[in-house]
Design a protein around this ligand. Structure first.
Ligand code: NG6
Ligand code: CA
Length: 518
């Protein structure tokens, strides 16, 4: 696959110091950015913003040019990442409200369970967006929650319940509101406001940090001078300040690294950057040429640098595998007047791909994907292999020699050799899901999109969804941005890809090889 990046690799793939394989027990950090696009990093061709720390990470490992999140929004993407099951197999995995009940249920076997069962200390830090408590809307936020990340394998957690733009705007540490303020009990509703509480809609004069974009919602409860989706009351000193979120996540991540420097650990570290509302620390505000979205990219890059520095200080660089990626494709105007559209200039957040977050076009799920493990994976390699987040449970199980219980991670396959840059073998195909649950399929250069009756543009975002009533087939080698629908000229290829989708839908074991069954 060509033309995916404007940047040529300056470094030649160095011979591997040693072939990694079963029996290794490196620390693993799965670092997931939010809404960071393929084109948002300088190592992926961005020129309007510079990301030196991420670039350094890429130079120390393998940078993939055809890697896919499972879905083009957060909740289903993360669900699949943690369970190895396609979110489209499961109802209730669409973008979750801040008072959603736990979506990954305790009986499911997760990536965190796998690490924990194999002697790793495990942590989830940052954006969660997979629900908390047993039932939607039934949580008591003033007491330990009835279900939390500990129930799905995370020994330690310090998380944001949903997204930055959804209430409750507090961190949850090990299932309890962090820094809880007994003088300000918390109530949350996604139905109605609490009497007497201001909202962005009724009290725009209170929005001293960011105002919502017209017509996209985000005009309900106000926290820190920014109105959100949903209503909340109370919180007091537990309420977050958006400008401190990255610092807070970094300090908890660094503490976890330090506390576990003598034993293997797995950290699922999910930044709030670069999701809306974008309101980075003043150290970064005004520092990019692209306004708050560019500043949030700088803050993300800083976060990566801090993690790398903490590993270095703890002497863990050589023995830590870092996977850096994003949960879904990029968006500019996602609900706040932060001038992301006006200041983007020539910047292409989705790189050469069409669409963006929410889309069924390639920018929806094509994400940055960097695998670094100094001394063990090829250094500065660029891999054009077609890979998917769905494979992380099985691939990382192979890495640490874990056996998965029967039925666990049903859609996940072991592609460890490709992930570590030891092989250039692609996945035979990759299934992608968009915001309306339209499925697409990639097979080599081909992209097939199933017909959908939905909207053409995702509300106020201006993003092309890619939905059409007709089947769509694109040859990405000929045209990487999905312009000419070749379905009519290639009925056999359309049929073939429809058949693969049908088989995968019916049977998660479809296409499994003997390697996958181990
Ligand atoms: C959308 C929100 C958007 C964002 C997204 C979730 C509206 C109009 N837009 O519904 O602002 O919060 O959900 O983003 O409500 S994600 O990256 O977590 O999937
Ligand atoms: Ca996201």
């Amino acid at each position: 696959m060509k033309k995916r990046t404007k940047v040529a690799s300056l470094l030649l793939a160095a011979p591997l110091a040693a072939m990694a394989g079963v029996g290794d027990r490196p620390n693993v950090i799965l670092l997931v950015a939010d809404d960071l696009g393929y084109g948002d990093l300088s190592c992926y061709g961005a020129t309007s913003v510079s990301t030196p720390h991420v670039d350094r990470l890429a130079a120390s490992g393998v940078r993939f040019t055809d890697a896919h999140a499972v879905a083009s929004t957060s909740t289903p993407s993360r669900y699949s990442l943690l369970t190895g099951e396609y979110a489209w197999r499961r109802e209730g995995t669409d973008v979750a409200a801040g008072n959603a009940g736990m979506i990954v249920r305790p009986e499911m076997y997760t990536l965190a369970d796998m690490f924990r069962d194999n002697g790793y200390a495990t942590a989830a830090i940052g954006k969660w967006h997979l629900g908390l408590g047993e039932k939607t809307g039934q949580q008591d936020w003033n007491a330990p929650l009835s279900m939390a990340p500990a129930d799905i394998g995370f020994d330690y957690s310090y998380i944001m319940a949903a997204t930055g733009d959804r209430v409750p705007c507090v961190f949850i540490e090990n299932g309890c509101v962090a820094n809880y303020d007994p003088s300000a009990p918390i109530e949350v509703s996604y139905r109605q406001n609490f009497p007497g509480e201001p909202t962005g809609k009724a009290n725009p004069e209170l929005l001293f940090n960011l105002k919502p974009s017209p017509g996209q919602g985000h005009d309900q409860s106000i926290v820190n001078g920014i109105s959100r989706i949903g209503y909340m009351k109370g919180g007091g000193r537990a309420l977050w300040k958006d400008e401190n979120i990255a610092d807070s996540l970094v300090s908890h991540a660094v503490d976890f690294i330090k506390a576990n420097k003598d034993n293997p650990f797995f950290m699922y570290l999910c930044t709030n950057d670069v999701h809306v509302p974008r309101f980075p620390h003043e150290r970064f505000r005004g520092k990019s040429s692209m306004g708050l979205r560019g500043d949030a990219i700088l803050q993300f890059d800083w976060t990566v640098g801090q993690v790398m520095e903490a590993l270095e200080k703890a002497g863990l660089t050589e023995n830590t595998l870092i996977i850096l990626t994003s949960d879904n494709g990029p968006v500019l105007d996602d609900g706040y007047m932060d001038k992301a559209v006006e200041l983007a200039g020539d910047h292409k957040p989705g790189g050469p791909f069409r669409g963006g977050k929410y889309s069924t076009f390639e920018a929806g799920t094509t994400v940055p994907f960097i695998v670094s493990w100094p001394g063990r994976v090829a250094k500065g390699k660029v891999s054009e292999a077609l890979v998917s987040h769905i494979d992380d449970v099985s691939s990382l199980a192979a890495l640490i020699g874990a056996r998965l219980p029967k039925g666990a991670a049903p859609d996940s396959r072991n592609h460890l050799a490709t992930w570590l840059g030891q092989s250039d073998e692609s996945r035979p195909w990759v299934v992608e899901m968009s915001n309306d649950r339209t499925l697409s399929l990639r097979e080599g250069k081909w992209k097939y999109i199933t017909p959908s009756n939905s909207y053409k543009v995702a509300w106020g975002t201006g993003i092309e969804t890619g939905y059409q009533r007709m089947p769509q087939l694109y040859d990405l080698d000929a045209e990487i941005d999905e312009r000419t629908n070749l379905a009519e000229q290639n009925p056999a290829q359309v049929y073939r890809m429809q058949d693969i989708l049908k088989q995968v839908r019916l049977n998660p074991n479809y296409g499994k090889t003997s390697n996958d069954k181990k």
